[in-house]
Design a protein around this ligand. Structure first.
Ligand code: KG4
Ligand code: ZN
Length: 353
């Protein structure tokens, strides 16, 4: 089954074509247009600017995805408009379904993708499949590991989400752990900003953490004490900001590497502690780590070590599939489609679920 997928929930506009069946999970194209350079000057994503930027590029990105998948015939980026429309139309005829992220995310950004996907699906009489963004992150692991099947435990960590999810089947899952406030990616980004790194600072914090000393700065654990599976990252962020402000007032130099290493160490420790509890309580033997923060080398290593110790198989997608991309949305769409979860013309977008 050929699925054209659209993702526009935050600051990446993405379109992909995936080929999915019982035995095959193949990415034919996966185009991602990042808006990071646009939002960087504001220190974070500006929702209205994000929506407008999606609107500007979504047609071109989709055309590129169809072309790279080998479905656009005869038209090129330089060809005249009617050639392009014909080739767009014949490519869409070859598609079996259109998938789109409809929740959660920035509402204006989601609406751009939903409106666009709806128009494509209904003008070409194709089924429309709505995909939850977090389920999409989990499904990135199906593309990376062709034999992976539920049940398993998933830890989804990104700029907007921190969830421990019990994945019972491809479409039946329950959140068993979460953050009470900020997401883990937000903690990386906001503390990065406090030490003067550009948005989004997660990847740079990862690099700096390898160079610092984690025992030089005492930070609070983001794990809520006890057997529950809850985190709180806002206190951790405040502790780093207070540390930085106090050091500045005293005219002390701030060692960014130590800040990054200390922050990363408490996050790794908390995540490992809660994942160990979650694995024990569910007795799952497979663990998937997904979302933008799954690119973090320290967390990958810490969770891999935990899985080794507990005799659990560990799955983490390549970095290219950890961040927001439409291929993961297409992968989940296949399982939603075969479960009968199709959308109609009334499909809406939702900021939260
Ligand atoms: O999944 P994603 O692309 O978007 C959301 O759904 O939010 O995740 C983006 C988040 C950002 O907070 C970014 O700083 C973080 O993932 N991130 C990282 C790393 N690479 C990206 N955080 C820590 N270490 C990394 N290497
Ligand atoms: Zn995401």
């Amino acid at each position: 089954m050929l699925i054209l997928a659209i993702e526009s929930s935050c600051d990446e506009t993405s379109a992909a074509v995936v080929e999915m069946s019982d035995k095959r999970r193949q990415i034919l194209s996966n185009i991602v247009a990042s808006q990071i350079s646009i939002h960087r000057r504001y220190g974070g994503v500006v929702p209205e600017i994000a929506s407008r930027a999606h609107t500007e590029v979504i047609s071109r990105i989709t055309y590129e995805a169809l072309t790279e998948a080998g479905l656009c015939v005869g038209g090129s980026d330089n060809s005249d408009n009617s050639d392009k429309v014909n080739s767009y139309n014949s490519a869409l005829d070859a598609i079996d379904a259109v998938a789109v992220t409809n929740a959660p995310g920035l509402i204006g950004a989601l609406l751009v993708g939903v409106g666009f996907a709806k128009a494509l699906a209904f003008s070409h009489s194709k089924p429309l499949v709505a995909v939850n963004h977090i389920r999409g992150h989990i499904a990135a692991s199906y593309l990376a590991y062709p034999d992976l099947e539920p049940p398993f435990l998933a830890f989804v960590a990104s700029g907007g989400h921190t969830s421990i999810i019990d994945v019972r089947t491809y479409t039946d899952m329950a959140e068993i752990g979460h953050t009470r406030d900020d997401a883990v990616g937000e903690a990386f980004d906001k503390t990065a900003r406090a030490i003067g790194l550009p948005y989004p600072g997660g990847a740079e914090m990862d690099r700096l953490a390898a160079l610092g000393n984690a025992s030089n700065i005492k930070l609070p654990s983001p794990a809520i004490a006890g057997e529950g599976l809850e985190f709180s990252f806002s206190g951790l962020k405040t502790a780093v900001v207070n540390y930085v402000n106090t050091a500045r007032m005293k005219n002390e130099t701030i060692c960014r590497e130590d800040v990054a290493a200390s922050l990363t160490a408490v996050i790794c420790h908390a995540v490992v502690e809660k994942l160990a509890l979650a694995l024990k309580s569910t007795n799952r033997k497979k663990l998937v780590f997904a979302g933008g923060v799954a690119a973090n080398t320290h967390l990958r290593a810490a969770i891999a070590a935990l899985c080794r110790d507990m005799g659990v198989s560990f799955y983490v997608p390549p970095v290219s599939l950890c961040g927001d991309n439409a291929a993961m949305i297409g992968a989940q769409a296949y399982y939603e489609y075969i479960a009968g979860n199709c959308a109609d013309t009334s499909l809406n977008a939702y900021a939260s679920v």
